[in-house]
Every structure is written in structure tokens, then in C-alpha cells.
Ligand binder design. Structure first.
Ligand code: AMP
Ligand code: MG
Length: 271
């Protein structure tokens, strides 16, 4: 399946019920998939190094999902292919008192990667039209204004050299239940179990409605949304790698020019 199959044209509606979270596309199964991912990690590393030395652009990867959908796993398995020195991860939690005393983009803007860097957002400014909406943390008259602010903000970034890719990891409620049970039962995973996740799970349908509107209203040419079926981890990793490779390849990355007359240098003997 081509990466474009996971996105819609700007203005087109995202219908999440029409996208099967357990889809495995044209891929031939887990074993081959994992081998393929290894190869793609090499490609990703090469492209990220080029992005870094080129220095004219940065890449911002926004990850959004319901709990247990695999944001951390995606970062580890796919984005972990990148050079740590050229990569930064920002995780956005419930805003602090300081953050709440500013506009909602204040903390986000500060975390945007500088040119040459890859920045990963584990949750993002989209929480302001997702959890804020579903849990009624702000009045509708306020969060409704956020869509336009977000589009303008992302346009500012795009025009400043930031290539933006937004990925929604789409899992099914059945798969989430499995993973929650796993967290509840396995001692080495219990630290991840958070009763707050159960409250969000109950509101699944409201979250899907909020996601559909956010994806639809904030899907622009300069900051597209991708929906990645995420019930199968190996498949999720392959699709995310595909999207990132495609995006980086479209960036026309260049190595800097070498020093003049590079061939004329002779590597000297040591003393
Ligand atoms: P986690 O990513 O599972 O560690 O949890 C972070 C929590 O912070 C999630 O429940 C998010 O919904 C919540 N969160 C992130 N950003 C915001 C925000 N702007 N307003 C309210 N809650 C937020
Ligand atoms: Mg959580």
C-alpha cells in the first residue's frame, strides 16, 4: 500500500470507522516485515544524517493516539533508527501551572526542532482539540478557535523550514483492552498502568469523533495527517517508516559542498 493511501486530500473527511486498525496492507507478514524494517532503518539513518548536515530544514513528527496504541514503541522501533545527536523527543502531558498561564501553543513552539534536527512530539498541540474537547476542560467557544490557530501555526513553521508529518496511530478498542490487561498483569509493565487511561477508554466514541474533526480540519498540504493501522505492531512500524522515508526523500536533501580541490590533499604521514 502506498503512503498516500493513509492520508486524505485537504478538505476531504477522515472517516476512522472506514479504516481497519488490523489492516496489514500488502505486506507479507510479521517475519518478512521485521526484516524489511531493518533495511528501512538503514535508509532512515542515511536520510536523517543528510538532513542534519544539509541544515536547511528540520523534520517534525507529530504522534497522536489513544493510550496503548504504541507511540513509545513507534519511537523506539522506527524513529530510534535516527542518530540520537540529531533527534529530540518532546512529550506533552497535562499542562503545568506555568504552561496554563500562557497561550496553548507556547510550550509547543519552544519544542519545535531547530533546522537540521528531527523533532518527535509524543502528543502535541492536538490535545487541545482532543482531550480538552472530550473532557470539556475548556468551553467549545474556546477550543473551536484552536483549529485555525493550529493551521496558522503549522504554516508559520512550514514556511520557516520545518517539514511536518502528523501520524495518528489507529488501534481498535479490542486491541487496547488486550494491551491494558497486559499492563495490569505483567509486573514489568504494571508501572505503565494508569487508571486515567480507563476513563479515556470509556469515552472512545467521543475521542474518535474529536479525532475525525481534528484530522479533517487540520489536514493541509504543508502539514498532512496520516492514519496508520496500529493493531499489528510490525505493520505499524513498516507504515510509519514508509511515510518517513517518503517525506525525507521529497525534501531534496543535499550534502554540503566539499572543501575546494579536495582531490589535491595528501593524507600526511604521522610524526
Ligand atoms: P501519557 O502520554 O499517557 O503519559 O499521558 C499524558 C496525559 O496528558 C494524557 O492523558 C493527555 O491527554 C494529557 N494531556 C496532554 N496534553 C494536554 C492538554 N493540553 N490538556 C490536557 N491534558 C493534556
Ligand atoms: Mg495515558
Amino acid at each position: 500500500m502506498a503512503e498516500r493511501d493513509y492520508r486524505r486530500l485537504p478538505g476531504e473527511r477522515y472517516d476512522l470507522s472506514a479504516i481497519d486498525p488490523s489492516d496489514t496492507g500488502d505486506y507479507e507478514g510479521k517475519k518478512k516485515g521485521e526484516k524489511e524494517l531493518e533495511k528501512r532503518r538503514e535508509v532512515l539513518l542515511e536520510l536523517q544524517r543528510k538532513l542534519h548536515v544539509d541544515g536547511r530544514n528540520s523534520l517534525l513528527v507529530v504522534l497522536q493516539a489513544m493510550d496503548c496504541a504504541g507511540k513509545d514503541g513507534t519511537i523506539r522501533h522506527v524513529l530510534g533508527a535516527f542518530e540520537p545527536q540529531g533527534t529530540q523527543v518532546a512529550s506533552f502531558k497535562v499542562p503545568s501551572e506555568e504552561e496554563r498561564a500562557h497561550d496553548f501553543l507556547w510550550r509547543i513552539h519552544k519544542a519545535v526542532p531547530r533546522l537540521g534536527m528531527v523533532g518527535i512530539f509524543n502528543r502535541s498541540h492536538y490535545e487541545e482539540v482532543l482531550v480538552v474537547r472530550v473532557k470539556e476542560l475548556k468551553p467549545e467557544a474556546v477550543w473551536r478557535t484552536h483549529f485555525e490557530h493550529i493551521n496558522n501555526f503549522e504554516r508559520l513553521l512550514a514556511e520557516s523550514g520545518v517539514t511536518i508529518v502528523k501520524i495518528f496511530l489507529h488501534i481498535s478498542p479490542e486491541e487496547q483492552a488486550e494491551r491494558l490487561r497486559d499492563r495490569q498483569q505483567r509486573p514489568e509493565k504494571q508501572w505503565k498502568f494508569s487508571p486515567g487511561d480507563l476513563e479515556d477508554r470509556v469515552r472512545w466514541k467521543s475521542y474518535m469523533a474529536a479525532y475525525e474533526e481534528a484530522l479533517t480540519l487540520c489536514n493541509t498540504d504543508h502539514a498532512p495527517w496520516y492514519v496508520v493501522p496500529a493493531d499489528k505492531k510490525w505493520h505499524r512500524n513498516l507504515v510509519v517508516s514508509e511515510i518517513l522515508i517518503e517525506t525525507l526523500k521529497n525534501m531534496d536533501l543535499q550534502y554540503p559542498d566539499p572543501v575546494a580541490d579536495i582531490d589535491s590533499y595528501v593524507i600526511p604521514d604521522i610524526e
